[in-house]
Design a protein around this ligand. Structure first.
Ligand code: HEM
Length: 483
């Protein structure tokens, strides 16, 4: 009772705790506006009971940097509602990379980072991938030219195709049923359950009303993705050739074979298979809606501000022209594009509360005592919208990331991918994909809101990420002109 309802001594302040509901009434229906309200009331660090979960919210850059670099803040909590699909052991520890911990997390993350680089995350692999993909993307979107269209879900298709290609080596047509099935399942996984969903706050509801809480729908989507992964695994096993690595799945199989005698490795045997399934599902969940929503927000902001869209297109025309496809080597010569990507990350703050962490031992932060087992949210949205630091934080101003000579300059307080050892595994992939996609799309098309209709005023939808609501645009092919 005490742990769940009574604030420990010298604990960060926060709203009243109701029985069972904790601080949920103070947050209200919209988690983002609720957390923003609590921040303005309680300041840099506050506490709120998410149902019965004692939670501290860090809403300050310096405190976040101090905390998230410490080992005791690098642990993920047990997300009971979604444990079932991550092969939990008797201690509630799960497989994969997103919610695993300790040596297992370290081994899986290191392995994934090292090898995903070879199949798309790194410079050369990524370019090859986008070269092949980009031709397809361009004609995929050309069919929409001149029409009033909503691109929200459509953008997910090339993004997931790229991810599937990196993992399985398969090149799917954008209209392939198999691909559309993956897109649908991932959409369900992403949109049905999030950190503030009732099932996450009260996981026991999965036994009482699995349908009404979205539990069954989410689990079925996960199991569907896992089935596809397992099918790929078996096909790869049959055609596997030592020393001839075709994709990430082959490299994983090779690693499992080489760990055959090493039962201490988390990539060994049955546990190795479970880690493969969980890791790849994690990549789908974490790697699709994040990138797609960033693209959606980018198109929205540039359709809203046509002068900025033209400035970007002029930069692309000058550096790349209209006849060749963009390359990652162009990055240093396209500072305005880089500034746009960074500004979209900042203003949209997709990972608005980070991925939850939990303290691994009693610790201190900001003059407060934080006991072991306290959940930690990083208020990434507030840190990137803090009025005390950012000028007009709610305005889309890519120029804030340019120095006086027009060169791109990073700001360490822009933290879309989190901070410390647990920061985003897909940072490089996301940044490279966004750069190449945005360059390619704006090189080929203009994006405008439909004439004679009011410009949409979009409020982000808080879920697993801060999603971009659907809106319509009209695309037109850019007139080709010589440099
Ligand atoms: C715009 C795109 C993206 C954004 C804004 C984003 C943001 C984030 C954030 C805020 C975290 C939590 C970090 C923390 O706890 O401090 C995270 C974790 C993670 N992200 Fe991303 N992400 C993006 C794209 C991707 C992609 C493309 C992938 C992979 C394909 C990916 C895979 C992951 C994984 C596996 C984790 C968990 C890492 C760990 O626990 O060690 N993300 N991401």
């Amino acid at each position: 009772y005490k742990k769940n309802f009574v604030r420990p001594p010298n604990f960060p302040p926060g709203p009243f705790n109701y029985p069972i509901l904790g601080g949920i009434p103070a947050i209200g229906q919209n988690v983002l506006t609720g957390m923003n309200r609590l921040q303005s009331q309680y300041g840099k660090i506050f506490s709120v009971y998410m149902g019965t979960d004692r939670t501290v919210v860090i809403a300050d850059y310096d405190l976040a940097k101090e905390a998230l670099n410490k080992d005791e803040f690098c642990i993920r909590p047990d997300i009971k509602a979604l444990n079932d699909i991550r092969y939990p052991d008797e201690n509630g520890q799960v497989r994969g990379v997103m919610f695993s911990n300790g040596d297992e997390w370290l081994e899986v993350k290191r392995f994934a980072l090292r090898h995903l680089r070879d199949f798309g995350f790194g410079r050369i692999g990524m370019e090859a991938l986008i070269w092949k993909k980009y031709n397809g993307v361009s004609s995929f979107f050309k069919e929409d030219v001149g029409k009033e269209v909503c691109l929200n879900l459509k953008l997910n298709i090339p993004i997931l195709n790229a991810l599937w290609h990196i993992i399985s080596g398969e090149k799917l047509d954008y209209n392939d049923e198999h691909l559309l099935d993956i897109v649908h399942k991932v959409d369900v996984m992403m949109t049905t359950i999030d950190v503030s969903s009732v099932i996450n706050l009260f996981p026991w509801l999965k036994y009482i009303c699995p349908e009404a809480t979205g539990y069954s729908k989410t689990i079925n989507a996960y199991l569907g993705i896992r089935k596809l992964i397992e099918q790929q695994y078996h096909t790869h096993l049959e055609t596997f050739q030592e020393g001839h690595m075709r994709d990430f799945m082959d490299v994983y199989i090779q690693e499992m074979k080489s760990q055959n005698q090493n039962s201490k490795s988390y990539l060994h045997g049955q546990r190795g298979l479970e880690n493969m399934n969980s890791l790849l599902s994690d990549l789908f969940v974490a790697g699709s809606d994040t990138t797609t929503n960033t693209l959606n927000w980018t198109i929205f902001y540039l359709a809203k501000d046509v002068a900025k869209q033209r400035r970007l297109q002029n930069e692309i025309d000058t550096v790349i022209g209209q006849d060749r496809e963009p390359s990652l080597q162009d990055k240093p010569d396209l500072p305005y594009l880089e500034a746009i990507v960074q500004e979209v990350h900042r203003i949209s703050a997709l990972g608005y509360l980070g991925v939850p962490r939990i303290t691994g031992k009693d610790t201190q932060l900001g003059g407060y005592d934080i006991p072991k087992g306290t959940r930690i949210f990083t208020h990434i949205y507030h840190i990137m919208h803090d009025k005390d630091y950012w000028t007009n934080p709610d305005e889309f101003m890519p120029e804030r990331f340019l120095d006086k000579n027009g060169k791109f300059q990073m700001d360490e307080r822009s933290i879309p991918f989190g901070i410390g050892k647990r920061q985003c595994l897909g940072k490089t992939l996301a940044q490279n994909e966004l750069f190449l996609f945005i360059a390619g799309l704006f090189q080929t098309f203009n994006f405008n809101f439909p004439k004679d209709k009011p410009v949409p005023n979009l409020e982000p939808i808080p879920g697993f990420v801060l999603a971009c609501p659907p809106y319509n645009v009209v695309m037109s092919l850019r007139v080709k002109h010589s440099k």
